[in-house]
Write a protein that binds this ligand. Structure first.
Ligand SMILES: [Zn+2]
Length: 689
C-alpha cells in the first residue's frame, strides 16, 4: 500500500510504515506491530555524497540541501529522483541521483543509482563516496536509550549498550574532536555487512546485501545535537563508487528490516544472504576440527636475536605437549626473522638451513605434532629481495600515490633499536600479479617443507589499507583492490594446499566472512574475545558457527580468558610472553589448568568442537552469575558453563525438552546438584526427555 498526498509520500505494509518529506528524507519509520516510531529526531540526512572540489577534496553533497525531489509511488514501492544535485555550498552539479525502496512484509529493500552527466568539466564531478542509507534520528526504539543496544560487526562483534550515550563519550578527543562513530571496513575489520539496533519497541536490521566485495564502510555514528537530548544515531554504509562524468553507478541492495524478534533473527537473516554466495560446506581437516589449542613461538626475532634452531623444533613440541597441546605454530622461522625481509620467506642458514627445517618438521610430525608454518599475505619489508624487484609496483597506493606504510617494531632487549630503527612494513595491493605469484609460491614451499598447515598473516583484517588508487594494477576501481583481491588469492591458496591432501590446512589471521570461507581456521584480534565491556563475539560466532576461531593471543596467565574461551568454543592460542617463550615459562599450575581444560574439550569434542554453537538460544539460565553457551550435534547436546563470580553458584541452567545427564569439570565428573566453584567451568551433558 502507498500514499502520496501533499508534500509527503509513503509506503506501508502490515509490519512497517515509511514516510518521506518532499526532499525524500524519511520523517517517520514505524514498527506497526509495536506502534513504535523509530525516527525520534527529524530533519537529518538520509544520504550524502563526497566529491573532490578544488576548495575541498572531500566536499559533501547532502540530502538536506536538495530542492524538492520527484517522488513516484507504486504498489509496494517508491522511487525518489533528484534530476540534479546541489552541494553543501549551493553549487549545482549535473549529477542525477535516484533511490528506490521496495517494501516486502517487514523488509525495505533500498537501491541507489548515480547518473553522472557527460557535462563540461566542473559541473559533473566524480562522485567518490556514497553514504547510503543514513538511517538517522534513531535514539531508543522504545522507552529509553538506556534500554537500547547496538550490535556492530567489528571483528567477532561489539555490543554497545545505550549507544547514543556511549558513542558521545567515545575515548579521548583528538585535538578537540571526538571520533564518535564506529566505521570499520568490510571485508576486513568489519567481519560482516550488517548491524542491529534493539529496544523495547522492536528491532532494526540494517544490512548491505552486496556480493561484489567492493570495499564498504559499516557506519554507525552519533549525530550530535545542540544538546545531549537531541543526540541521535545514524546507521548505514559508505560505498566508494568513483563514478566519473558520463558514467552510471548502481548499488547492490541495502536491506532495512523492522521487526520484533531478537538479534538472533538478524544473524540468521544475514546468514541466509551469505549462503547465497559464500560456501561453508568445504571440509576441514579432522585435526583442525578437533584442535583444542595451538602453541606459537618466534624462532628468530626481527632484529636478529636467535631463540630456537630448526633442530630444536622437537623441544618446542615437547614443551607444548606438557600442556596437552599438539599443534605448534612456527613464527620467525625464515632468514630475516619475524616481520623482517618479508615476503621472501627463505629458510635461515643461522637456524640450520632448509635441510634441517624439513628434517625436523618431519621428525616432529612423526612424533605426533602438527606443524603450522607462518607466511604473510599482505606486507613487504623494504629490505626484501621481492621488494627490490616488485615493491614500488605492488604497493597499495593512496589517492596521492603514496604507499601505505605500517611501522611494527618488536621489542628487543635494549632501547636503541626500538627508538632508532623502526621497522617499516609496506602493504601490498593483493590484486597485483607479482604479489599473487609470490604468495602462491610461499604456499607451495610451505607445503613442500612438509608443514601440516600454511598460515597466512593479516589475511582478513590488518592495518586499515583498503582502497588502492594505482591504475596500473587493473582492478575495476580503487574499491575492488582489497575484497576481490584477498578473496581470490585465498581461493587459489586453498587449491594448492588441498592438492597436497585433505588433511593439509590453510590458516588465516583476523575475521571477514567472505574471505574465511576458504580457510580452515583463523587467529583473530580485536573485539569479541574477552568477557568484559563491549566484547560480543557471540555475534559472529552465532552467524557463522562452522568457522574455527582461536582466541586472541594468550600471552600470560589469564584464567578468565581461558574460561570465557572455553564456553565460547574459541580454541586456545598460546603465545606465551609475547610469543617469545615456551608454555613451560608460565607457572606449572596454569599449564596444568590449561591441560585439564584441553582434556575436557577433547572428551566432548563431538559436541563442543564439532557441534553447532547455539549461543543461549535454547537455554533458560536462572543464575546470572553463570555464563552458559549451548552446543548441539547429531544426537548430542551440551552446555558449556562458567561461574564468573567469587562464590560457589548453583547450576540453574535448563534446556527445555532435555534432561541433565551428567556434569564434568576439568577436574573430573561432578555431582549435578552441587554448586559450581568460583571461576570454574563445566560441561553439562543433556539427553532428550
Ligand atoms: Zn592496487
Amino acid at each position: 500500500m502507498n500514499n502520496n498526498h501533499g508534500d509527503t509520500a509513503g509506503i506501508t505494509t502490515p509490519h512497517v510504515a515509511l514516510l518521506l518529506d518532499a526532499r525524500g528524507i524519511p520523517i517517520s519509520l514505524r514498527n506497526i506491530r509495536t506502534g513504535c516510531e523509530y525516527i525520534e529526531v527529524r530533519g537529518l540526512d538520509f544520504w550524502q555524497m563526497i566529491y573532490p572540489h578544488e576548495d575541498d577534496p572531500e566536499t559533501p553533497i547532502r540530502s538536506r540541501d536538495q530542492a524538492q525531489a520527484e517522488i513516484a509511488t507504486a504498489a509496494d514501492s517508491l522511487t525518489v529522483r533528484y534530476p540534479f544535485l546541489v552541494d553543501a555550498f549551493g553549487r549545482r552539479l549535473d549529477v542525477e541521483f535516484i533511490y528506490r525502496v521496495e517494501a516486502r512484509d517487514d523488509t525495505l529493500l533500498l537501491t541507489a543509482e548515480i547518473r553522472n552527466a557527460d557535462a563540461p568539466a566542473g559541473t559533473a564531478p566524480p562522485i567518490n563516496e556514497l553514504w547510503s542509507p543514513m538511517l538517522s534520528g534513531l535514539r531508543s526504539l522504545g522507552r529509553s536509550p538506556q534500554e537500547t543496544f547496538l550490535l556492530y560487526p567489528e571483528s567477532a562483534g561489539r555490543r554497545v549498550a545505550d549507544p547514543v550515550h556511549a558513542l558521545s563519550n567515545r575515548g579521548q578527543p583528538v585535538r578537540g574532536a571526538r571520533l564518535n562513530w564506529l566505521r570499520e571496513f568490510y571485508p576486513g575489520k568489519a567481519s560482516m555487512q550488517w548491524m542491529g539496533l534493539y529496544g523495547s519497541g522492536g528491532s532494526l536490521y540494517v544490512g548491505s546485501h552486496d556480493t561484489s566485495l567492493q570495499t564498504t564502510a559499516v557506519n554507525a555514528m552519533l549525530v550530535s545535537g545542540a544538546a545531549a537530548q537531541n543526540d541521535s544515531l545514524s546507521l548505514g554504509f559508505i560505498k566508494y563508487p568513483f563514478c566519473r562524468p558520463g558514467e552510471t553507478w548502481r548499488s547492490e541492495p541495502f536491506v532495512i528490516v523492522v521487526h520484533t524478534g531478537t538479534w538472533h533473527a538478524d544473524a540468521r537473516r544475514y546468514r541466509a544472504f551469505a549462503d547465497t554466495w559464500q560456501d561453508r560446506r568445504r571440509a576441514k581437516p579432522r585435526w583442525v576440527e578437533d584442535m583444542a589449542a595451538m602453541h606459537d613461538i618466534v624462532m628468530l626475532h626481527q632484529h636478529g636475536r636467535m631463540r630456537f634452531r630448526y633442530d630444536e623444533i622437537g623441544t618446542i613440541c615437547d614443551a607444548a605437549k606438557s600442556a596437552g597441546i599438539d599443534v605448534v605454530k612456527l613464527t620467525g622461522w625464515a632468514h630475516g626473522g619475524h616481520d623482517n625481509q618479508v615476503p621472501d620467506f627463505l629458510p635461515s642458514e643461522r637456524l640450520g638451513g632448509e635441510h634441517k627445517l624439513v628434517e625436523n618438521i618431519k621428525a616432529a610430525r612423526d612424533s605426533g605434532a602438527r606443524i603450522v608454518l607462518y607466511f604473510h599475505f599482505v606486507q613487504m619489508s623494504p629490505n626484501s629481495s621481492f621488494y627490490a624487484k616488485h615493491g614500488e609496483f605492488c604497493q597499495i597506493k593512496g589517492p596521492r600515490g603514496n604507499p601505505f606504510i605500517d611501522v611494527f617494531t618488536w621489542p628487543s632487549n635494549g632501547s636503541i633499536i626500538a627508538m632508532n630503527e623502526r621497522m617499516q612494513l609496506i602493504n601490498a595491493c593483493v590484486a597485483t600479479e607479482p604479489w599473487k605469484e609470490q604468495v602462491l609460491d610461499c604456499v607451495r614451499r610451505g607445503v613442500a617443507y612438509g608443514a601440516d598447515c600454511v598460515f597466512l598473516d593479516q589475511t582478513a583484517g590488518g592495518p586499515s589499507s583498503f582502497l588502492c588508487f594505482d591504475e596500473r594494477h587493473g582492478h575495476r576501481s580503487p574499491a575492488y583492490s582489497c575484497g576481490p583481491g584477498k578473496t581470490e588469492l585465498s581461493r587459489l591458496a586453498r587449491e594448492i594446499v588441498k592438492s597436497a591432501g585433505s588433511e593439509t590446512a590453510l590458516g588465516a589471521e583476523y575475521i571477514a566472512d567472505a574471505i574465511l570461507q576458504y580457510y580452515d581456521f583463523t587467529i583473530p584480534f580485536g573485539s569479541g574475545f574477552f568477557y568484559e565491556g563491549q566484547h560480543f563475539g557471540e555475534m559472529y560466532r552465532y552467524t557463522f558457527p562452522e568457522d574455527v576461531l582461536l582466541t586472541q593471543y594468550i600471552s600470560r596467565e589469564d584464567y578468565e580468558q581461558l574460561a570465557y574461551s572455553f564456553v565460547m568454543g574459541y580454541r586456545f592460542f598460546l603465545a606465551p610472553l609475547q610469543q617469545c617463550e615456551l608454555i613451560t615459562a608460565l607457572r606449572p599450575e596454569f599449564v596444568q589448568r590449561l591441560a585439564n581444560l584441553i582434556r575436557l574439550r577433547r572428551t566432548y569434542a563431538g559436541v563442543l568442537l564439532r557441534g553447532r554453537f547455539m549461543e543461549t538460544l535454547p537455554l533458560q539460565v536462572g543464575n546470572p552469575a553463570i555464563v552458559a553457551r549451548a552446543y548441539q550435534s547429531t544426537g548430542e547436546a551440551a552446555v558449556a558453563v562458567w561461574n564468573t563470580s567469587a562464590r560457589p553458584q548453583p547450576l540453574d541452567v535448563a534446556w527445555p525438552g532435555r534432561i541433565l545427564a551428567s556434569v564434568e569439570t576439568p577436574g573430573g565428573m561432578a555431582d549435578p546438584s552441587s554448586d559450581l566453584p568460583p571461576g570454574e567451568v563445566a560441561v553439562m551433558v543433556l539427553r532428550l526427555l
